[in-house]
Design a protein around this ligand. Structure first.
Ligand code: ADE
Length: 242
């Protein structure tokens, strides 16, 4: 997969894209992430990318021309015809694990990070094919939001994680929060690992984990349960244990 990121502060990406899973995925050729400075597409010698808002009001608004031209140049070279052009903004649809799974199916995507007070609406209407928000709060710019999206998508690429199946047990991948995990020592201070986990009975361990995931979701995020299909035994267990 190729990911092009358009922004005003490409340096923000230097360290996060060069660590851990994203770094390894890049080194393995699973993903090619390229950052672009929108200023490189400005028309004047001052590399102006923003201007005052029509109608007045505080702050500056990102101009449309550099953004349109940057996206068009990238699409011309790498576009697939179905390349999603995603604007990160607090007005977008809410990012989630299922949106990450949907994006991971594309061989190419372009992310646009806004800044300042906003971005010319023609970018949203006529250039972006999607607008994504990572939550109901306002960041100073789209860079951190783009990093969240990139991280969630890249770890879904086959071969990005150490073990092929480790993304399957992640919180949210089956609609539930993840079950509790333990490692050595068996006893730490006064707290021991649940005995079932050292029983060696894989069937019972799997059932215990599923129950724990259900109980945790019911307690912390009951809103998620509406969209999860539980069998009769699991529903009964949940009612008896919550
Ligand atoms: N830019 C500023 N705030 C944002 C948010 N919550 N999500 C995505 N992009 C943003």
């Amino acid at each position: 997969m190729r990911i092009d990121i358009l922004c005003l502060f490409p340096e923000v990406f230097d360290s996060p894209l060069n660590q851990s899973i994203i770094k390894r995925a890049s080194e393995r050729g699973l993903v090619d992430i390229v950052t672009h400075n929108i200023r490189d597409y400005a028309h004047d010698k001052h590399r102006t990318v923003d201007d005052y808002p029509y109608g007045g009001g505080p702050g500056m608004v990102l101009k449309p021309e550099p953004i349109f031209e940057a996206v068009e140049a990238i699409k011309e070279q790498f576009g697939t015809g179905e390349t999603p052009v995603i604007l990160l903004s607090p007005q977008g649809r809410r990012f989630s694990q299922s949106v990450a799974e949907e994006l991971a199916t594309h061989p190419h995507m372009i992310l646009i990070c806004g800044h300042y007070e906003g971005i010319d609406e023609r970018v949203c209407e006529h250039l972006a094919t999607d607008e994504i928000s990572i939550g109901d709060y306002v960041l100073s710019g789209g860079e951190l939001a783009a990093l969240v999206v990139v991280d969630a998508v890249v770890r879904l690429m086959p071969g990005a994680l150490g073990s092929e199946c480790s993304a399957d047990s992640d919180s949210h991948s089956n609609g539930l929060l993840e079950y509790p995990q333990y490692t050595r020592p068996h006893r730490y201070r006064d707290w021991s690992v649940p005995s079932i986990l050292v029983s060696g009975n894989h069937g019972e361990i799997a059932q215990w984990r599923r129950h724990q995931a259900i109980a945790r979701t019911a307690k912390r995020r009951p809103d998620l349960l509406d969209r999860v299909s539980l069998c009769d035994e699991e529903r009964k267990w949940m009612l008896e244990n919550s």
